[in-house]
Design a protein around this ligand. Structure first.
Ligand code: S3P
Length: 425
């Protein structure tokens, strides 16, 4: 797919529902008692993989477009699937579902696409095994396919080496089934959607500093979940508005949970003209409209506790830094190497091919901004966030940019290109 320089983006946009929250609503609804009604559910391929997995375990899920109805069967109401569960490209599906499956009374095999079969699963296998789970990597390489033999689990306190909401959530979900409380301490707080939503479904969850704790539950109750717009999808329009001269974009109803809002803080640090309007608290998940206007940006330093709050936005932020005056340093972001692609290597190589001055480091990159960018041929590597990042970056580059494998945006934002096109002046 080919992209060329833009003369500005103007107008309003509503981005699709949050991916993390959509996954959790289906999962928690499936193991709750009664009806769960999900509004503004993200119809992306990842979240559809989660629906398909629970349908294979006997859960009735009615997908009516932006509303999804889940008839939960209770904590012990899942049925043994008669086939391997396919998590597609979704790390969230694979890791969170493992926390649930390790406590069932059946055996199941989980797998996914080529990318999923390379992503690290030891990070959930280790803590779940400490809880008594029987979970093995069938190739012996710490990746999917995973064989999970469900059985009783017990509570643990787990000091996690990585700040990962997927790891934390897998442990907390297993903790629902345990015989004593379970807690996870992370180096920095990762997104807390599981904690917020488990509370909504009636579980006893608490959080203090970087530790989240869950009490064993007898049942969860179905709930109504209003999914806010995904800030990770909004990130592309925030960046486009800030990067393309003459732009002004209003992005409506975006989730601004403080464990996800790092991109807003970084943009403000870079001198962006960004305003939050119509703030609302929602059911534990705050939202706002985000208004951005193009203007000069300057470099910044990004590292430490802010990293988990903008981990999925770092590719877009790195590209934005190429247009900012001065140096941007991204550190403590080694997790980028184990996402849908090695996002450090891919970003450095691709930005350089467009003329940017970027140096790869152990845990991030250093960007010397302000060099003009030119079009290039970019391979998305099947990574939706790489494809969207370069569709936006191409709008600021001289000449044409060709993105190979551009259709992978269906993972998190099926209508991305139409929505981007709709804002062009
Ligand atoms: C997610 C957590 C993050 C994020 C991913 C979604 C989630 O992954 O990158 O896109 O829904 O819990 P990690 O927990 O591995 O950092």
């Amino acid at each position: 797919m080919e992209f060329t320089k833009s003369h500005g983006l103007r107008g309003e946009i509503t981005v699709p529902g949050d991916k993390s929250i959509s996954h959790r609503a289906v999962m928690f609804g499936s193991i709750a008692k009664g009806l769960t009604e999900i509004h503004n559910f993200l119809q992306g391929a990842d979240c559809l993989s989660t629906i398909a997995c629970f349908e294979k375990m006997g859960i009735s899920i009615e997908n009516r477009g932006d509303r999804v109805l889940v008839q939960g069967n209770g904590l012990h109401g899942l049925k043994k699937p008669d086939c391997v569960l396919d998590c597609g490209n979704s790390g969230t599906t694979t890791r969170l579902i493992s926390g649930i499956l390790c406590a069932q009374d059946f055996t199941v095999t989980l797998t996914g696409d080529e990318s999923i079969q390379k992503r690290p699963m030891k990070r959930i296998m280790d803590p779940l095994s400490l809880m008594g789970a029987d979970i093995t990597s069938l190739q012996g390489n710490g990746c999917a396919p995973l064989l999970i033999k469900g059985g009783p689990v017990h509570g643990i306190h787990y000091p996690s080496k990585v700040a990962s909401a997927q790891v934390k959530s897998a442990i907390l979900l297993a903790g629902l089934y345990a015989d004593s409380p379970t807690s996870v301490t992370e180096p920095y707080v990762s997104r807390n959607h599981s904690e917020i939503m488990l509370d909504l479904f009636g579980a006893q969850v608490s959080a203090e500093d970087t530790t989240a704790t869950i009490q064993p539950a007898s049942e969860l109750n179905g709930a109504k979940v209003m999914v806010p717009g995904d800030i990770s999808s909004a990130a592309y329009f925030i960046a486009a508005g800030l990067m393309v001269p003459g732009s002004q974009v209003l992005i409506r109803n975006v989730g601004i949970n403080p464990t996800r809002d790092g991109i807003l803080r970084v943009c403000q640090d870079m001198g962006a003209d960004l305003q939050l309007l119509n703030r609302s608290e929602g059911a534990g998940e705050p939202t706002a409209d985000i208004l951005v206007r193009w203007g000069a940006l300057h470099g910044t330093e990004i590292g430490g506790a802010i990293i988990p709050t903008l981990i999925d936005e770092l590719p877009m932020i790195a590209a934005m830094a190429c247009l900012a005056e001065g140096r941007t340093v991204i550190r403590d972001a080694a997790e980028l190497k184990v996402k849908e692609s090695n996002r450090i290597a891919v970003m450095v190589e691709s930005l350089r091919s467009m003329g940017a001055d970027v140096t790869e480091t152990e845990d991030g990159m250093i960007i010397q901004g302000g060099r003009p960018l030119h079009g290039a041929s970019i391979d998305s590597r099947g990574d939706h966030r790489i494809a969207m990042t370069f569709a936006v970056t191409a709008l600021c580059a001289d000449g044409a940019t060709d993105i190979r494998g551009a259709d992978c945006v269906t993972i998190s934002y099926p209508r991305f290109y139409e929505d981007l096109q709709g804002l062009m002046v």
